[in-house]
Ligand binder design. Structure first.
Ligand SMILES: Nc1ncnc2c1ncn2[C@@H]1O[C@H](COP(=O)(O)OP(=O)(O)OP(=O)(O)O)[C@@H](O)[C@H]1O
Length: 816
């Protein structure tokens, strides 16, 4: 570990010669006298050794304090943890020496680009001073020089302070120089809601008896959902349809049942070798597998109809073989299908009767226009007569444009509740219009009735500990919780997955006093993103689907359509790029009438996003960060040594802060335990900034890289300092000067981004991808797993038919 002037370390074991006073004394007010253990005595040896607790082993002091503070106050941004109960004494540094040290520290940070800007340096701690001063003993926290948490610091007697000094160690502070958390004045809006179920039964639809009994016995469903009740009859009549209904309302069956019913009823019995009669396009591989599974179940009594799935990441050769044998209901991701259209002779569409776009808006969002054009042209060239269906929980402009070119006098089905219909007379359940909803209706999305949405404002420095605390609260201390945490890139998922695996899991080995006996076994982490091998992706998807508990860290690859049963919490660690994405992410819980909750984590500077959500009729209620962090007091793994064996009755903000600091130290220690890990964390940070820079224009006033404090953000990656080469000003400079010789690099990185965005949906056939993935497989996690930018030929271009109609959406910012 690097020991800079801003860092001071002590440890329990290293202070064998030091004597600690009684517990009572330790809880007394802390002194303001500068304290610095002499090298070679307490502090000197402590730098090389451990605290004894595996968590508080190397405690670290962060960035500097306010420059205007007197030397004794100009210390690094430090907080304090009381250390072991073992008797000890501290050697003390003379005051003059401490003063010099403080000046030196000040000079260092003046020169450093990593010092917080003056504005921020003067900002107050997130926990208001009055709160802390009411319940807590005022105390002073020292780094190389000292620093205090409490406004009462000067009122404490020097004697007491001196006593207290001797029992304190310093660590990097999470609670200083944070931006103030604003009051959240969220407008309360009336959310658009749908009723999920109807009393109508499937047998009322006039389906084949075997199909009805399969629905009843295999799928164990008897009554229809509203979207099914409206969609199935319309499709059975032979209409095209544009279907919008909330997440988890049963849209898959709404199209699968009519497809199966119509194909089994065809007069000339379908032969496998006929090839596809129905084509279902979905944006992700997992969704392809899921839809395939549903179709397969429905086809149980109709064994002569063969379903099949094509998706990136699978072996091309075996897919070709299956195509040659014949697939009658073909489910595919667009990229993979285009590959087969281009390279497989055995694929033809002359018998296509059904074309279904599930999650239609997402398919366009991801820049698949070109692929969709190729597919439509290929089908149109061979057959004109077919039924077309577009479905999504979120109808965006893009979908209505796709509807224009692919649907013929469609019926529009939008399931909204009666109260919403009153305000929007157009929003009737089924309309005979080709342009369904506009304006307000397009902007507001139905939210599952039993979904509780929350938001929390967390300063950048505290993001990581807050997320970890929330995970612990739900998944360690509560029973049978299943949580999905969304991140904005593969690297972020990998980083947090490995970090939590190595820290939270290992730190919860033995249940401590007061913990639930099974608490330590409750935590289970999984991860899912587009840069994983398909085999592993499928395994994770299956495992999480069947699991009763666990935390799935993922990118937006899991945001759409996935039906993962019994998910209780959705956490959005990185805010989504559009309200539609927000809706789909939270829609992984509270499905089909179940209960569920969601939490959106925002920085104070992003508070305005709540209003943006409100403008789309999305209501969120606030959870205070302090309440999230307070769970750490239930977990003795994160006990500050000061609390020793005592049972703390009143859990004050100070204890919460100390425990949060211990947890942060665990993360920092892990990250800084090797150079590889530091560079891995830096790459994750870089990835975060890259993703942050790609929020769409309409959200730039909320999410702008300029508003990021890199030093603080770095902390949320377990980094003690912001990497030098990551300054925001450097990013701005590059953007501002188009004549820079590195412009082509920028363009290249744009292509790189486009490639990454598409990677999730790529056919998986590119040799270079396979090669890179193979290489990455053998590397340490985080060592640039995301090399998909090396793929050839970016493809955000527009297809013939879509040209001048559909602009690629800039919301495709996610690095899946
Ligand atoms: N009539 C029904 N009765 C009971 N359960 C149903 C019924 N129809 C569908 N389901 C179940 O509801 C869940 C959600 O269905 P589905 O995945 O089709 O929702 P969706 O509307 O497509 O959601 P999303 O918009 O997120 O893709 C599935 O587990 C499905 O099996």
């Amino acid at each position: 570990m690097a020991l800079g002037q801003s860092e001071s370390f002590t440890s329990v074991n290293s202070r064998a010669e030091c004597k600690l006073p009684s517990l009572e004394g330790r809880r007394a007010a802390f002194g303001v006298e500068p304290f610095r253990p002499r090298r070679g005595s307490c502090a000197g040896s402590s730098r090389a050794s451990h605290v004894g607790s595996r968590f508080a082993s190397r405690l670290h002091a962060g960035p500097p304090a306010a420059p205007r503070a007197p030397p004794a106050m100009a210390a690094a941004d430090v907080s304090l943890l009381d250390v072991a109960a073992a008797p000890r004494t501290f050697s003390r540094r003379p005051r003059a020496q401490a003063g010099q040290q403080a000046k030196a520290t000040k000079r260092k940070y003046r020169a450093s680009s990593e010092a917080p800007p003056a504005k921020r340096r003067n900002e107050t701690s997130f926990l208001p001073a009055k709160k802390t001063s009411v319940k807590e003993t005022p105390r002073t926290f020292k780094g190389n020089t000292q620093k205090t948490f409490s406004p009462k610091k000067y009122s404490v007697s020097t004697n007491d302070r001196n006593q207290e000094d001797k029992r304190c160690i310093k660590t990097s502070s999470l609670f200083k120089n944070n931006p103030e958390i604003p009051e959240l004045h969220r407008p309360v809006v009336k959310q658009v809601q749908e009723k999920v179920f109807t009393s109508a039964a499937f047998h009322e639809l006039g389906l084949h008896p075997h199909l009805i009994s399969t629905i009843n016995t295999v799928l164990k469903m008897s009554s229809m959902t509203r979207v099914q009740k409206q969609t199935i009859p319309a499709l059975l009549e032979g209409r095209d349809a544009l279907v919008r209904s909330q997440t988890g309302s049963g849209k898959t069956l709404a199209y699968c049942i009519p497809v199966v019913q119509s194909l089994q009823a065809m007069q000339s019995k379908i032969q496998r070798s006929d090839g596809p009669y129905a084509l279902v396009l979905v944006p992700t591989r997992e969704l392809a597998l899921q839809s395939f599974d549903t179709v397969q179940k429905l086809l149980k009594p109709f064994t002569w109809i063969v379903p099949g799935v094509l998706m990136g990441g699978e072996k091309r050769k075996s897919e070709k073989a299956r195509l040659r044998k014949g697939i009658n209901i073909l489910i595919s991701t667009p990229g993979r299908l285009v590959d087969h259209i281009k390279s497989t002779k055995n694929i033809h569409f002359s018998r296509i009767r059904w074309l279904v776009f599930d999650e239609a808006d997402r398919i366009l969002d991801l820049g698949f226009e070109k692929d969709i054009t190729i597919i439509l042209n290929a089908i149109n060239a061979e057959c004109q007569e077919r039924q077309n269906v577009l479905l999504s929980a979120t109808l965006t402009e893009g979908v209505t444009r796709l509807a224009d070119i692919s649907l013929h006098s469609p019926v529009t089905i939008s399931v909204l509740d009666e109260s919403h219909d009153q305000f929007n007379p157009k929003g009737k359940v089924a309309q005979e219009v080709s342009h369904p909803q506009t304006g307000d209706e397009l902007d507001s999305f139905a939210i599952p009735e039993r979904l509780d949405q929350h938001v929390t404002l967390v300063p950048s420095k505290l993001r990581l500990v807050s997320l970890a605390a929330f995970i612990l609260q739900k998944c360690k201390f509560e029973k049978d919780q299943k949580m999905i945490v969304f991140f904005s890139s593969c690297e972020l998922v990998e980083f947090h997955y490995n970090l939590f695996l190595q820290t939270l899991l290992s730190s919860s080995g033995t249940p401590a006093l007061g913990q639930l006996p099974s608490a330590s076994t409750r935590l289970k982490f999984l991860r899912l993103h587009g840069n994983m091998e398909q085999e592993e992706r499928t395994a994770v998807f299956q495992e999480f689907s069947h699991s009763k508990r666990g935390v799935l860290l993922c990118t937006d690859v899991a945001a759409r359509g996935l039906d993962l049963p019994q998910v209780t919490w959705i956490v959005q660690y990185n805010a989504p790029s559009s309200p539609a994405e927000y809706i789909h992410r939270i829609g992984r819980t509270a499905r089909i009438g179940c209960h569920g909750s969601s939490l959106l984590i925002l920085a104070p500077s992003e508070a305005e996003y709540v209003n943006s959500l409100a403008s789309h009729k999305i209501n969120v209620s606030e959870i205070k960060m302090e309440d999230i962090l307070s769970v750490l007091t239930r977990d003795d793994c994160f006990k500050g040594r000061r609390w020793g064996n005592q049972k703390s009755h009143a859990v004050g903000p100070q204890e919460i802060r100390e425990r949060a600091t211990v947890l942060q130290t665990i993360f920092e220690d892990y990250v800084h335990s090797s150079e590889k890990r530091v560079s891995w964390a830096k790459q994750a940070l870089q990835s975060f900034i890259r993703a942050y820079a790609t929020y769409p224009r309409e959200l730039k006033h909320i999410f702008h890289v300029r508003s990021l404090h890199l030093g603080h953000v770095a902390k949320s990656f377990g980094l003690r300092d912001a990497p030098q080469n990551l300054s925001v000003s450097a990013i701005k400079k590059r953007k501002a000067n188009p004549k820079r010789p590195d412009l082509h690099k920028k363009m290249r990185s744009k292509h790189h981004l486009a490639e990454i965005l598409r990677s999730e949906y790529s056919s998986g056939m590119e040799a270079s991808v396979a090669k890179v993935k193979k290489q990455n497989k053998h590397k340490e996690p985080g060592r640039q797993p995301l090399q998909l930018g090396l793929q050839p030929a970016p493809c955000l271009g527009r297809g013939k038919k879509l040209r001048n109609r559909e602009k690629p959406r800039k919301t495709s910012r996610k690095v899946f």
